[in-house]
Design a protein around this ligand. Structure first.
Ligand code: GTP
Ligand code: SPV
Ligand code: MN
Length: 584
């Protein structure tokens, strides 16, 4: 449609008139364009070459030390009515937000190149995919968008055909935390981000588009945009079940998506296929099941802790053609972070490593890499129809109370489990780390509208013709009295996923408790597992006293979303509280 191209061109021209760049570059997504960007960033110091013998095509980016994570206190969702943003979002009047951003963007690209980045979230030919255009003055953002999305000419053609796209405007500005805002205008399908070059603040296809704006569109159109990994589990019989799991930032999505089965499982022929590690768009198909795509094309993963023990697939993925952000380097210029063998020589800020300055790599250091480099990358990740989801899993960092795994009795109970999710905060966002906070469906920082409406939207999928996935809750992070994790986690998490699949297939009985179904003793396979019987029992025990308090706390939390909180959720909370009251 010529008119879409015209609309795009006039938006680009208006933006250029405001930001006054020295030149405009329309990105085509080609290899040559990427190579030229890298050369330019090496020359400017935006990128530093790493050891090309051990890590061909790998580069390091050191961000401004004040710009290393998402900034939730500076992130706003701006529908015309404050109520529509909900207590889960910071809100600003759209006119005020526009005035503020217009002033910041005024002349901000003087002397710089303005890049126009057309991108598609999801397989280019999928009806579930959606497109956007990000205008940015950061070559680092362009290079990352090229890896994280389907960026360039094909996306632009789809935009011209389709007629609608999300408009994202970004400038790194002065990197001054007092002049930093990430604004979302859901009604206008637009995003404006100023003053940060960091991932979730600046790669606008990711959290800003694929979650905050998309969740708003998904509600209107009857689908879900979620902070979930997607993984395929193939059993020795060759059946593959796809599981989508929502864990808060830095709580194990990338690791679970790339899981390597324990030795015994590998011998039997179990296989794991990676479809996505961060974002999942799901829509009911004609058969009533939910079909999911990963809107992303790459991984923007947490580096620290990634090792040959914890995540060999991630380590293999990032051996070449990877951008590392805020990692340390070794004496022979290889990327380094806590968890890897060897020693750091220079820390993430470029200083000689000194333990007195804290960790060598920033705790939220990241790698950006094409998903195609993952050894377990699933062919189905490119499938336009998406993959059918058998189970949805919620989970978080809970040092106590929450069992290793439990299953919801039905969809409503499952939605309550998701809404009640809590987790200790991590370094993925600025602020305190290790504080327990509620993070419903792992979407607290990403739901683009009122949580009460969001819970109602989840409940509304439960229609008579729907064949919805089973819902589970997991906790890999229970701690023993010695303060250490009880459960070995990582590859051994497959034992828990196997139980889920057995439940879905009707082959595992489980044990009913007031808070959900947990595995009966012996149902979780434990051969080859380094875990005492007492620890396993502790992991699956239900502490009724603790749960009575927890249900009360959940009730209090949910009431924050009144009057938009669906009554069905409070009834469900009351049902479980009543069941707990009857147990000794
Ligand atoms: P975002 O990219 O921020 O959305 O995070 P993510 O959920 O993909 O997090 P990721 O998989 O990168 O997990 C990061 C942290 O969780 C690392 O410190 C891991 O070591 C730790 N982790 C992941 N899986 C497990 C597990 O099964 N057990 C334990 N104890 N830690 C885990
Ligand atoms: C997260 O924080 O959940 C991430 C990284 O996945 S970011 O892209 O910064 O949101
Ligand atoms: Mn994430």
């Amino acid at each position: 449609m010529a008119s879409t191209l015209q609309a795009l061109e006039s938006w680009v021209n208006e933006t250029a008139a405001r930001t006054r760049p020295a030149r405009i570059h329309w990105c085509d997504g080609s290899d040559a364009e990427y190579a030229a960007l890298v050369q330019q960033m090496l020359a400017s110091g935006d990128l530093i070459e790493l050891n090309q013998e051990t890590h061909p095509g790998c580069y390091l980016h050191r961000s401004n030390p004040s710009d290393v994570a998402r900034v939730e206190h500076l992130t706003f969702v701006c529908p015309p009515n404050r109520e529509d943003a909900g207590p889960n979002n910071h809100w600003m009047d759209p006119a005020e937000a526009h005035a503020k951003m217009d002033a910041l963007f005024d002349g901000c690209m003087e002397g710089r190149t303005m890049y126009v980045v057309p991108y598609c979230m999801g397989p280019i030919d999928s009806p579930l995919s959606r497109c956007g255009v990000e205008i940015t003055d950061s070559p680092y953002v362009v290079a990352n968008m090229r890896t994280m999305t389907r960026m360039g000419a094909a996306a632009q053609s789809r935009i011209e055909r389709e007629g609608s796209f999300v408009k994202g405007l970004h400038s790194t500005g002065e990197l001054d935390p007092d002049r930093r805002f990430i604004m979302h205008f859901p009604e206008e399908l637009s995003i404006q981000s100023y003053g940060s070059g960091y991932g979730g603040n600046a790669l606008l296809g990711k959290k800003c588009h694929a979650l905050r704006i998309a969740s708003h569109q998904a509600r209107r159109e009857g689908w879900l945009a979620e902070h979930m990994l997607i993984v395929g589990i193939e059993n020795p019989a060759g059946e593959t079940h796809y599981i989508a799991a929502a864990f808060p930032s830095a709580c194990g999505k990338t690791n679970l998506a790339m899981l390597i089965p324990p030795e015994g499982y590998r011998r039997e022929g179990w296989k794991v296929w990676t479809v996505g590690d961060d974002i999942c768009w799901m829509r009911p198909g004609e058969d009533g099941r939910l079909y999911a795509i990963n809107p992303e094309a790459g991984f923007f993963g947490v580096a620290p802790g990634t090792s040959a023990n914890s995540n060999p697939n991630a380590l293999a993925s990032i051996a070449r053609d990877t951008i590392f952000t805020n990692v340390a380097v070794t004496a022979d210029n290889q990327p380094w972070w806590e968890g890897l063998p060897g020693e750091p020589s220079v820390d993430w800020q470029g200083r000689p490593y000194d333990p007195a300055n804290g960790p060598a790599a920033h705790p939220n250091a990241r790698f950006t890499v094409s998903a195609k480099q993952c050894p377990t990358w699933s062919e189905k990740a490119e499938d336009a129809q998406g993959v059918p989801i058998s189970a949805i899993v919620f989970g978080g960092r809970r040092p106590s109370l929450l069992p290793l795994v439990m299953q919801a009795r039905d969809w409503t109970h499952g939605v309550l489990m998701g809404a009640a999710m809590g987790s200790e905060t991590t370094a993925a966002a600025t602020g305190a780390v290790g504080v327990l906070r509620r993070d419903s469906m792992a979407m607290k920082p990403f739901c683009g509208y009122h949580y009460g409406d969001y819970f109602a939207h989840w409940l509304s999928l439960d229609r008579p013709t729907a064949k919805l996935p089973a819902i589970f809750h997991v906790n890999w992070f229970r701690k023993g009295e010695d303060g250490r994790f009880l459960w070995p986690g990582f590859g051994d998490n497959l034992r828990v996923l196997e139980w889920m699949i057995e439940r879905v297939a009707g082959r595992a009985e489980g044990r009913e408790t007031p808070v959900g179904v947990v595995p009966s003793p012996g149902e979780l396979r434990s051969e080859g597992l380094d875990l005492s019987r007492q620890s396993l029992e502790a992991l699956l025990a239900i502490d009724e006293d603790g749960w009575r308090q927890e249900m009360e706390a959940i009730g209090g939390y949910l009431r924050e979303f009144a009057p938009r909180l669906p009554e069905a959720l409070m009834r469900e909370q009351a049902r479980i509280a009543a069941a707990l009251a009857q147990t000794p």
